[in-house]
Design a protein around this ligand. Structure first.
Ligand code: HEC
Ligand code: HEC
Length: 454
């Protein structure tokens, strides 16, 4: 009773003050910040934020799809990959790369970039997919996803790669391997090892790793479709101790906004990883600094090559000016929604309750991000697997909780960082054992339908 009366008195006093304040003359002793004064003479700042946002998105998309960052000096000049594409007849080496072989290696063609005339003749089957000259024509049109031909007039003099090589695919709307771009979707058909092995020489890679070329070829061959090893070039681990491939499956590069750490073992933020990849993996010309890689125990190759501290020549940094917009574009790519007929909606609804409750999935895969806000890292033991890949990151211990949206785009090649689980049934069976869950077969089935619906 006493307390209510007190509260009422305070309220009355407060409203009286507010009333007096609102009737009082405008403040006299408060000055406008000179920066704000200058700002008042310029266009509306809100509009500028929107313009900036649009520009960042467009620039970032351009970079993601088409920027080779000067990597042609490595793929072309050093490995002479363009010569293998051209073939002897067109001034290169070997038989040349036919479009059919390119598609078989998992490379994709953006139909929107193919010249109209070529689309017509391709449709009529009048142009041979077995002619390397057609590959050249596609490259000239910038239509081979992630592969950037460098031309001097009609002549292709070199070749570089872009982010889209591994992180975009196409919707096969024209034919298998040819269609509209799907940025952020992992290209699980792409055999990166096979593409790199096409190069007439791998000597520069062998030299860097301190092994012979045959060993490099063996490691590249061990990867297979949809896989790549982004750490080999620093720790020199070509194979796992059990003799299996050390490569990881290509991850989704969509739905990453709101997610703190990236890569399967959490190397850093999206923009950290972009600088890492553009410089150390694609061999672009830029700046990259990470003293954690100086550790000769864990990263003997990086410590020796100096790749922990890469510096472009003054005025020649082709990566750093691109990082901001590239980051922005990636965060703008939403996770795609699975086709409605690809799962059973009623079962998925039951599966959601299990995911959020009894199966305990949501303790780590927190919706709607499906990873933990904060520092979403777990030991190998917690998720019941070996620690080989976890031990390859600078903190040597953890796996990051994978965001689960758009799982249907990465069913090919398997789940978990190395694709060890063939399908989602195998994943839920694994959790049943590791987490000691008590889910019936029907419940596990529902859980799988829910995962398919994400
Ligand atoms: C040769 C294939 C390849 C190319 C080219 C490539 N990446 Fe990746 N990317 C990978 C692989 C493999 C991983 C997973 C690495 C790991 O976990 O060890 C990855 C991881 C990522 C991730 C983390 C995804 C997540 O789940 O957190 C992002 C973001 C990313 N790449 C963006 C890029 C950008 C931007 C570029 C261009 C600058 C690029 N990548 C070029 C293969 C590639
Ligand atoms: C202790 C935290 C934790 C719990 C609990 C957990 N997960 Fe995971 N989950 C992870 C981590 C970490 C990974 C990454 C493993 C890897 O890539 O090797 C992962 C990966 C996955 C993947 C593979 C994603 C991909 O793209 O390969 C699926 C699917 C998945 N979890 C589903 C579930 C389901 C279903 C449950 C509940 C039964 C569950 N998780 C419970 C931490 C957890």
């Amino acid at each position: 009773m006493e307390r209510t009366r007190f509260a009422a008195a305070v309220l009355a006093a407060l409203s009286a003050t507010i009333l007096t304040l609102s009737c009082a003359p405008l403040p006299r002793d408060v000055e406008t910040d000179p920066a704000v004064q200058a700002e008042q003479k310029r266009p509306d700042f809100d509009n500028r934020i929107e313009d900036h946002s649009r520009r960042m998105l467009e620039e970032g998309r351009e970079t993601f799809r088409y920027d080779s960052f000067g990597s042609e000096d490595f793929w072309g000049q050093s490995l002479r990959l363009h010569e293998a594409i051209l073939g002897v007849k067109q001034g290169g080496a070997g038989a040349g790369l036919t479009p059919r072989q390119a598609l078989q290696a998992g490379l994709k063609v953006d139909v929107g970039k193919v010249p109209r005339l070529l689309v017509e003749v391709l449709r009529e089957g009048a142009v041979s997919l077995d002619n390397p000259e057609t590959t050249l024509e596609l490259l000239r049109a910038d239509a081979v996803v992630g592969v950037k031909g460098i031309f001097d007039g009609k002549r292709m003099t070199s070749v570089g790669i872009t982010c889209a090589l591994c992180h975009s695919t196409v919707d096969d709307s024209f034919t298998r391997g040819i269609g509209s771009r799907l940025d952020g979707w992992p290209n699980r058909d792409l055999d990166v090892g096979a593409v790199v092995s096409m190069a007439p020489t791998l000597e520069p890679v062998a030299k860097l790793l301190g092994v012979d070329e045959a060993t490099v070829r063996k490691v590249l061959k061990s990867w297979g479709p949809g896989k790549y090893d982004a750490e080999l070039i620093h720790d020199g681990k070509g194979m796992r101790p059990d003799g299996k491939s050390a490569a990881t499956v290509l991850p989704a590069a969509f739905g990453l906004a709101g997610v703190n750490l990236h890569t399967y073992n959490g190397w850093g933020s999206v923009t950290y990883w972009n600088a890492y990849v553009a410089n150390t993996q694609m061999h672009g010309k830029g700046t990259f600094f990470d003293p954690r890689l100086k550790d000769a125990q864990q990263f003997p190759v990086a410590a020796k090559s100096g790749m922990w501290n890469m510096r472009a020549l003054p005025g020649q940094d082709r990566v750093t000016p691109k990082l901001a917009a590239l980051h922005y574009y990636q965060l703008s790519i939403p996770a795609p929604e699975p086709p409605a007929d690809s799962y059973d909606a009623t079962a998925a609804k039951r599966g959601k309750s299990l995911f959020d409750g009894k199966a305990r999935c949501a303790t780590c895969h927190v919706p709607p991000l499906f990873t933990e806000p904060g520092w979403g890292m777990h030991t190998a033991e917690e998720i019941g697997i070996d620690d080989f890949q976890a031990s390859r990151s600078p903190d040597q211990r953890f796996y990051r909780t994978t965001p689960l949206r758009g799982l249907f785009t990465r069913a090919k090649g398997g789940f978990y960082h190395d694709g060890r689980f063939e399908d989602l049934e195998a994943v839920t069976d694994h959790y049943q054992r590791v987490l000691g869950l008590n889910l019936s077969a029907a419940e596990r089935g529902d859980l799988v339908q829910y995962l398919k619906s994400l």
